[in-house]
Ligand binder design. Structure first.
Ligand SMILES: [Zn+2]
Length: 410
């Protein structure tokens, strides 16, 4: 597991120029290495290095030789991801284009010290003195360790962005004592904790549609190359907002699971889902964007956080999870026209009412191997507590307790 921390350092002109020289030559090596990989149909670091090292060493006599290694590594990574894009039909160019260069460093090319970081350049080592952001100390003072590789990039105004990489071993997943099923929807995420369902509003679809509306309002009749338009678009920060929601939600769920030694149960979503899940959105691109942020990105955020804490994740088949009664095994009938409560259905056998998301939660838990009894006909089964202000909550437990207090007052 790794995390990258960015340090921004303003340096003097001579330091910047020394790094600029490295950047220029690194880019040349990188381009040659990519071309070699393409014409020899390989993405292998070893093969690329073997192929270009001698000529590059000749061409760049006073560049520290390890830059040739790291540029070959860089080339191999770029070729690799380009291959993957091409396979998915998502590459727009014939070959990977080298636009921005981030220089890769190995343990010979940089030395870390809390006072100064030294970087090898063509003639000597240069020193930069960063001020460390809070996030740096959070990793530095815990079980994370600084990796031997690092990166830097040159920005405008003599600014160097230096990337320190922290590494940590993944904790071993424990044997789960219980299950926390999580059901993802376009506007909410529901969880089931100790047979208590909880619906957390994320409004992903609403947010995406809202941003789309505002984006249209900004760009209609104008070119997206216009500076003013670009500035306005940038200020929308749609991605930031969604990433923030995802991270916080993943953290709440994973912390809850970790503390109760539970496994998280998620739908193993099929690839074609956006078509029927968000069918009221006509625009195909927009539908895909909603699908990505509400389903796949949310799922990945939870899985990634769970891995960090050693929380086991069980992926189960999602078919019919919201249409079969978890008690009677009979069909649950939802009114086609929706009515007042479009997400509430009735079991054909027991006639009890169910909220679609709660049904899904029980069925997900079942499929993961949970055998605890399902409460019959409780109010929560068809009217689960729905929460919108969870973003600043410390834990799911505190949310549930707070909700109980409100219910008692009412
Ligand atoms: Zn039933």
């Amino acid at each position: 597991m790794e995390r990258t921390v960015k340090l921004r350092v303003k340096v003097d002109y001579s330091t910047y120029s020394a790094l600029k020289e490295v950047e220029k030559e690194y880019r040349e090596v990188l381009e040659d290495a990519i071309n070699y990989g393409l014409s020899n149909k390989t993405t292998s670091f070893t093969r690329i290095k073997a192929g270009v090292y001698k000529t590059e060493r000749e061409k760049h006599k006073d560049l520290p030789s390890h830059y040739i290694y790291t540029a070959c590594e860089d080339a191999s990574e770029r070729l690799d991801s380009f291959e993957k894009l091409k396979k998915r039909g998502r590459s727009y160019t014939e070959k990977p284009s080298v636009r921005r260069v981030t220089i890769h460093l190995d343990d010979h090319l940089w030395k870390f010290n809390l006072d100064t970081i030294s970087i090898s350049t063509k003639r000597s080592r240069i020193l930069i003195s960063p001020t460390f952001p809070k996030i740096f100390w959070r990793y530095y003072n815990t079980e994370w360790r600084i990796a031997s590789e690092a990166r830097f990039r040159l920005m405008k105004g003599n600014v160097v962005e230096f990337y320190v990489i922290f590494k940590r071993d993944e904790p071993k997943p424990y044997e789960p004592k219980a299950f926390i099923p999580v059901d993802l929807n376009e506007n909410s995420v529901s969880v089931l904790i100790n047979s208590k369902p909880l619906l957390l509003e994320t409004n992903t679809k609403k947010i995406t549609l809202g941003y789309e509306y505002r984006r249209k309002a900004i760009t209609t009749g104008k070119s997206t190359k216009d500076r003013e338009v670009r500035r306005k678009l940038k200020r929308l920060r749609e991605r930031n907002k969604k990433v923030d929601i995802r991270r916080k939600l993943a953290k709440l769920i994973v912390k809850e699971a970790f503390e109760s030694r539970s496994a998280i149960v998620l739908e193993d979503l099929p690839r074609r889902t956006p078509e029927h899940m968000i069918k009221d959105v006509k625009d195909k691109q927009l539908r895909l964007r909603i699908y990505r942020s509400a389903f796949s990105s949310m799922k990945n955020a939870i899985i990634e956080k769970a891995r960090e804490f050693g929380v086991p994740v069980v992926l189960v088949n999602p078919s019919y999870t919201s249409t079969v009664c978890p008690i009677h095994g009979a069909n649950i009938v939802y009114q086609l026209d929706g009515g007042d409560a479009p997400r509430v259905g009735v079991c054909e056998k027991g006639k009890e009412k169910w909220h679609r998301d709660v049904v899904a939660l029980y069925n997900l838990a079942r499929r993961a191997g949970d055998v605890s009894p399902v409460p019959l006909g409780s109010k929560e089964s068809h009217d689960p507590p729905t929460l919108s202000g969870w973003l600043r909550a410390k834990s799911l437990h505190s949310i549930m307790n707070e909700h109980k207090m409100i219910e008692m007052k009412v």
